[in-house]
Ligand binder design. Structure first.
Ligand SMILES: Nc1ncnc2c1ncn2[C@@H]1O[C@H](COP(=O)(O)OP(=O)(O)OP(=O)(O)O)[C@@H](O)[C@H]1O
Ligand SMILES: [Mg+2]
Length: 280
């Protein structure tokens, strides 16, 4: 099996987030599995997934109008009332997680699907209020719904599963401080898991090949540059850059943002020939 030159030396800890934008298309058509196999054969790997587009699709099919809100800083998120939360849990911990696990199992990988609720992998504090920008561009404060801010990660459980030879696949749902379930963002869940596990590398895959600023792909950024560039980035990607700054602040050494499509997408990103690298 081919080695990945850039990360050949030691056994590293790597957290990989597979964007929902990839899963909603057909993950079978990507080369992700063979790259995942290469990485998992010599490194410790944990997968976190998104699934926003699948959640939206099922909401629409069930006659539940998906609502998105935007914060004054430009972060877009799903407004999660109780009915939306139910659909979110069914799709994320059900359809998306199990399809991804089955796909990896078909390729011979020892995947085990979990949500952040299981074993208390992700604990979060419910956001009581949200500050949003309304249709007229005015700031408004609304009820927080069922979304959470991650406060802790059960890294020990993930480490134990790795030790037992499993490839954990985590859905971004958290357990609230009152035992309720909460929608948490997948990019940030991956960043917190990487931080808590003292991971060396975080990879955020999506449907675009890199971060673009002023129409040009950005191959490399340091932490300060990443913080400064936030104001120039649109929804979707801004969350990834913000999550990257959080991961680096928690001690992760390197974050790669890359496409999950094309030839050897993860290997190319790790070798620095594709995507955007953010380092301290
Ligand atoms: N400056 C930018 N550079 C690159 N992509 C950007 C930028 N601003 C906005 N985007 C958008 O960010 C999107 C990726 O984020 P998005 O949340 O849609 O996908 P994902 O994170 O893979 O899915 P999920 O949130 O379900 O896991 C891209 O499709 C792109 O349109
Ligand atoms: Mg996203």
């Amino acid at each position: 099996m081919g080695r990945i030159e850039a990360v050949e030396e030691a056994c590293l800890k790597i957290v990989l987030k597979i964007g929902g934008s990839l899963l909603a298309e057909d993950v079978e058509e990507t080369e992700l599995a063979s790259d995942i196999e290469k990485i998992a054969s010599s490194h410790s790997l944990v997968i976190v997934h998104g699934g926003g587009r699948d959640v939206t699709r099922v909401c629409e099919r069930m006659g539940k109008k998906p609502i998105f809100v935007t914060s004054p800083e430009g972060f877009r998120s799903r407004y999660t009332d109780l009915e939306t939360l139910e659909i979110y849990i069914m799709v994320m911990a059900g359809k998306v997680n199990k399809e991804l696990v089955a796909y990896l199992k078909r390729r011979g990988l020892n995947a085990i699907g979990l949500s952040g609720v299981d074993g208390g992998i992700l604990k979060a504090e419910r956001k009581k209020k949200l500050v949003i920008i309304d249709e007229r561009g005015r700031k408004r404060v609304i009820e927080g719904g069922y979304t959470g801010r991650i406060v802790s990660v059960n890294a020990k459980l993930l480490d134990d599963l790795l030790e037992l030879g499993y490839l954990p696949v985590v859905a971004p749902i958290a357990l609230g401080t009152e035992g309720e379930m909460l929608n948490v963002d997948g990019d940030r869940a991956a960043a917190y898991i990487a931080g808590a596990m003292k991971a060396d590398i975080l990879i955020l895959t999506t449907d675009v090949d890199a971060l673009y600023v002023k129409g040009k792909p950005v191959p490399r950024l340091n932490l300060d540059e990443a913080k400064k560039v936030l104001k120039d980035i649109g929804p979707g990607m801004i969350t990834k850059i913000y999550a990257s700054t959080e991961a680096l602040a928690m001690g992760v050494k390197k974050v790669h943002i890359c496409s999950g499509r094309g030839e050897s997408p993860l290997v190319k990103a790790l070798e620095g020939i594709a995507g955007t690298v953010i380092e301290r």
